[in-house]
Design a protein around this ligand. Structure first.
Ligand code: HAM
Length: 421
């Protein structure tokens, strides 16, 4: 028997109210902050991610779904949105629009990771980017749009983690300090960290191995090595967050798993949703547009993992809007009554209401059970007697009260019952 590929999942009709709530809340909050929707392809040229996300990152080295298409082009299913969004920004000359260009996207992303609670190979992100402005007020706005989204979903107990990892002016000296420190402790390092020390020293701070924790605690901090520009940027962002009353925790270990970040980086953590507890992550990427062939252009963005948010909604027992129920269910006895019911159900649907009709040759009793199960507010019952008199019986499913309604008015009579009984 076939099964969904490892690390993927079906989102069944009964799961959809959660997803619909998350998606519609995302779109609503993004619009409140002036972000417009941008949809980009599910796959891009492989080199876009290699250059954008960076060689030496787990994503590029181990996790990309890459393939050659029949024309010989090397393509990769998007492991994230930012590189594709910047490609679109450059390709469509968006630097000529009013800056910053503020866009959001919602859709699947793909990473070949080891599946576990909260970690999938196909997952969904809400991705939000603000491109073309370096003002730290933009950083505050990105953090705010994300935080408002989480608040609108009704979550409590989330932690905003904040750091600043410097820019090309101050990062090299910090890297040197970090490497000098770690080189003097090389015997105490785990296998992975020995490799990181040469390839990607910032990631040393992200090591999960127990033996490396005391070293991380004593490691030089990026925020003590910032240039004047980064330092001022960080101070202003923090002042804006304080002004907004958005609590955050300074976390000098927060370095993120993608290479394009400069200055501000942040994540939001939640307890109890599995090994990976980050629900959102993002930061500034002032060098990325140039790296991908555009003019030097600052930018900042964030992505939230929707599977993790849905699982938090369930875990925190947050109420979500219930699925839509039909306004009416059409039951009938006899062939001509079936035809009349068919015409009436279509007429009601064309008036914009949701309506269901019975199928098969079931007894009226079985049809009424089905009406009940459907959650319909009303049952319209058509039989030969009623047909002969040109009426239908309409029963309120709440209190079983019945009225007769002329067939010609049945659809409009029901459609007028906007509030269900
Ligand atoms: P990221 O931290 O790699 O950042 O991913 C953002 C969020 O996506 C994570 O916090 C997590 O909730 C979710 N996520 C990532 N991988 C998985 C997975 N395998 N299964 C389930 N959920 C996952 C980025 O992707 C950046 N592009 C964010 C960004 C936008 N930075 C600037 N702009």
């Amino acid at each position: 028997m076939y099964q969904a590929p490892r690390g993927t999942q079906d989102i069944l009709p009964e799961d959809q109210p959660y997803w619909e709530f998350v998606r519609s809340t995302a779109a609503d909050v993004c619009r409140r902050y002036g972000f417009e929707r941008l949809d980009i392809p599910l796959f891009e040229e492989t080199s876009l991610f290699v250059r954008g996300v960076g060689e030496g990152t787990d994503i590029v080295d181990k996790e990309m779904y890459s393939f050659e298409d029949k024309g010989g082009t090397e393509l990769t299913l998007r492991p994230e949105f930012t590189a594709g969004v910047i490609r679109a920004y450059i390709e469509h000359g968006m630097h000529t629009r009013p800056q910053p260009v503020k866009v959001f996207s919602i859709g699947p992303a793909f990473r070949y990771e080891r599946p576990q609670a909260g970690r999938f190979r196909q997952f969904h992100q809400l991705n939000v980017e603000s491109i073309g402005e370096q003002d730290p007020l933009v950083d505050a706005e990105i953090i705010s749009v994300m935080w408002s989204f989480l608040e609108a979903l009704g979550f409590g107990g989330l932690l905003l983690q904040l750091n600043n990892i410097g820019c090309p002016a101050c990062r090299p000296a910090y890297m040197q300090a970090l490497q000098d420190y770690y080189r003097s402790h090389v015997d105490e390092l785990c296998e992975d960290c020995r490799r990181r020390l040469e390839r990607n020293p910032l990631r040393l701070l992200d090591c999960k191995a127990t033996g490396c924790q005391p070293l991380i605690a004593g490691a030089p901090r990026s925020t003590n090595h910032l240039c004047a520009d980064c330092s001022q940027h960080f101070a202003r962002l923090r002042a804006y967050l304080d002004e907004l009353g958005r609590p955050y925790e300074l976390n000098h270990r927060l370095v993120r798993g993608l290479d394009y970040y400069t200055k501000t980086v942040f994540e939001v953590w939640a307890e109890g949703i599995g090994a990976q507890n980050a629900v959102c992550g993002g930061g500034r990427y002032d060098g990325l547009t140039e790296e991908l062939g555009g003019k030097p252009t600052p930018g900042i963005g964030v992505a939230c993992g929707l599977e993790r948010l849905v699982s938090l909604l369930r875990q925190q027992e947050r109420p979500v809007p219930p699925p839509q129920r039909p306004l009416a269910y059409f039951a009938y006895r006899g062939d001509s009554a079936r035809l009349a019911a068919l015409r009436a159900v279509e007429a009601l649907r064309s008036l914009g209401a949701a309506a269901e009709i019975a199928f098969g040759d079931r007894s009226l009793k079985a049809q009424m059970k089905a009406a009940n199960r459907s959650g319909a507010g009303w049952a319209a019952i058509l039989g030969d007697d009623e047909l002969a008199r040109g009426v239908a019986v309409v029963r309120s499913m709440r209190d079983s009260e019945q009225v007769e309604v002329p067939l010609g008015e049945l659809a409009s009579w029901l459609a007028a019952r906007v509030t269900q009984p």
